[in-house]
Design a binder for this molecule. Sequence first.
Ligand SMILES: [Zn+2]
Length: 290
Amino acid sequence: MKHVLFSAALSLAAAFSAAAQAQPQLRVIAFGAHPDDCDLKFGGTAAKLARAGAAVKFVSVTTGDAGHQEMGGGALARRRYAETQESARRLGIGAYEVLNNHDGELLPTLEVRRQVIRAIREWKADIVISPRPNDYHPDHRYTGVLVQDAAYMVVVPNIVPEAPALRRNPVFLYYDDNFQKPAPFRPDVVVAIDDVWDVKVNALDAQVSQMYEWLPWVDGDLDKVPKDPAERKQWLSRLRTGRISPAIRAALEKRYGAEPAAKVQHAEAFELCEYGRRPSLEELDKMFPK
Ligand SMILES: [Zn+2]
C-alpha cells in the first residue's frame, strides 16, 4: 500500500511539472541605480515571483562605489558586489548583475542605454521594472530615464545589433515612491508581502554596508544600530516597516478584498509605464502572485 501511495504521489508530481512546463516561464528584470535599490523596492515581490517559478534578475546600474562614509572606490564596489550576491541567494532569485558605472555620477548616455538594452534582451524579459524618472537622487532619476529610453528600442534589431532584439516589447513598470511632482505614483498592481517579509528583511540584512553603516550614518542614527546580529535584524525590520499610503491600501482592497487588505502590513506596488507593452489591468494582475 505504501508503495502504491508513493507512485501516486510521483505521478501527481509529474502532472504538476508538466502543467508548469505548459505555461511559459515569466521572465522579469528589475533595475536599480545602486546595489540595494531593487532589494528595497521589489525584494518581497521578487521572492514571491521566484517561488512561483518566474526567472527574476536584479541589475544595479552603478557599482555603489560612493555609498559609504569611510570606504570608497574599488574596495567598496567589491564589498557591495558580494552583498548583492548574498542578497540574491537569500531571495532565491536567478541573478544579480552590477554594471560598471560610478555611483553618484550616472548620466543617461548612449553607452549606458546600450548596456540596459543588452541586459533586457539577454534576459528575454517579459517585465522590466525601474524607478520613475522623478526622484531626489540623480542616479535614480537617470536609471528611470535610461530604462524608459530602452523601452521600444529593445525590439529594434539595428540598435545594439550583437544582442538579438526582442520580438515583443516587454511590460515596463515603475517602483512606488512618494514624490508628488509632476504626478503622484499610481498603484496599478499591488502585492501583499507579509508572507515573505522575513525573506525580504533577511536579504536586506545581507546589505551590511548600507543597512547598518551608510544609511544610518546619513540619517545621524549610527549609534542606534544594535551590535547583536539578531537584534539589528529586528531593528531593520521595524525601521523598514512603513505606513501604507491610502492609494496602495485602496488597491490592496480591490485585489484582496476589504477584510484581508485591512490586515496587510507590508506591500509593494507598481505603476504601468506608457512606453512598453500595455496589458489590461486584469492581465497585469494575473502576472503577479497574490
Ligand atoms: Zn539608490
